[in-house]
Design a protein around this ligand. Structure first.
Ligand code: NAP
Length: 244
């Protein structure tokens, strides 16, 4: 039974873009514990080093919005068994207020960057590979001030389904749609506001709380392990989509 759970993970090279923080970091640690050879990538070298400290996780700096750098990075990676892309920077703002430059930056970081990264790693994917993207509940559960982010999430879900078909026989392609998860993504908020927001959303959910990054890591491991999953958008959201 444990073979079934780790056969796609143990001794496999798993690359996590966005692995220096939050759900990507939790996934990197879990997969390394399960015996994978893990490489994490993101823009900030110090964050990468801190995330890898005390582990055998390898790391490399990468800004997914720089296409030339993505190409060079992909060529230097070697062969890859599974690619997970949790990197993003998001922008919130009401329809009339969100600056076009902020909209473009979000699209670059959360959609175009991951798209280009997956495309450039594709030639280096081993047989029986998988690619896992990240979207978020806002694609299907609107929130005022997050209309553009919802649309970007929807775009990520659309490429997941399209690529599952297009890359059939090459790689399985899936997407995790998290609900609110307490990660470094909210670290810049004033502490009292952050706690209030997490409590407020948590209380509205069927599970009564927001998520932990390691709960999303379990979903990443599950997608990698399960050869029957492709074209799936997996909601790991504490019931966010069904809350009243
Ligand atoms: N947290 C939530 O409540 C929540 C809810 C729904 C969906 N999501 C989505 O779930 C995913 C993971 O979220 P998280 O909360 O774990 O995120 P996080 O803690 O903010 O981590 C984001 C990661 O992306 C990296 N990154 C950002 N821009 C990058 C770029 N241009 N190139 C390469 N790396 C880049 C960051 O590192 P550097 O700064 O070093 O680049 C960091 O490692 C994201 O797609 C997020 O939008 C999150």
């Amino acid at each position: 039974m444990s073979d079934l759970l780790t056969k796609n993970i143990k001794d496999k090279h798993i690359v996590i873009v966005g692995g220096s923080s939050g759900m990507g970091k939790a996934s990197a640690h879990l997969l390394a514990k399960l015996g994978a050879k893990v490489t994490i990538a993101s823009r900030n070298g110090a964050k990468l080093e801190a995330a890898a400290q005390g582990t055998e996780i390898d790391f490399a700096e990468l800004d997914t919005t720089n296409e030339e750098k993505v190409k060079q990075w992909a060529k230097a990676l070697g062969q890859v068994d599974h690619l997970v892309i949790s990197s993003s920077s998001v922008a919130h703002g009401a329809f009339s207020d969100l600056a076009t430059d902020d909209l473009r930056s979000m699209l670059e970081a959360k959609f175009i960057g991951p798209y280009v990264t997956a495309r450039e790693v594709l030639p280096f994917l081993n047989p029986n590979a998988s690619i896992t993207f990240f979207s978020g509940v806002l694609s299907r559960r609107s929130s005022i001030g997050a209309t553009a982010l919802g649309a970007v999430n929807a775009a990520v879900e659309a490429i997941t389904k399209g690529l599952a078909l297009e890359l059939s026989g090459r790689a399985r392609v899936n997407c995790i749609s998290p609900g609110m998860v307490d990660t470094e993504a909210y670290a810049l908020m004033p502490e009292a506001d952050r706690v209030q927001m997490l409590n407020h959303v948590g209380e509205s959910l069927p599970v009564g709380r927001v998520g932990h990054a390691n709960e999303i890591a379990l979903a990443v491991a599950s997608i990698i392990s399960n050869d029957f999953m492709t074209g799936t958008v997996l909601d790991v959201d504490g019931g966010h989509l069904v809350r009243s």
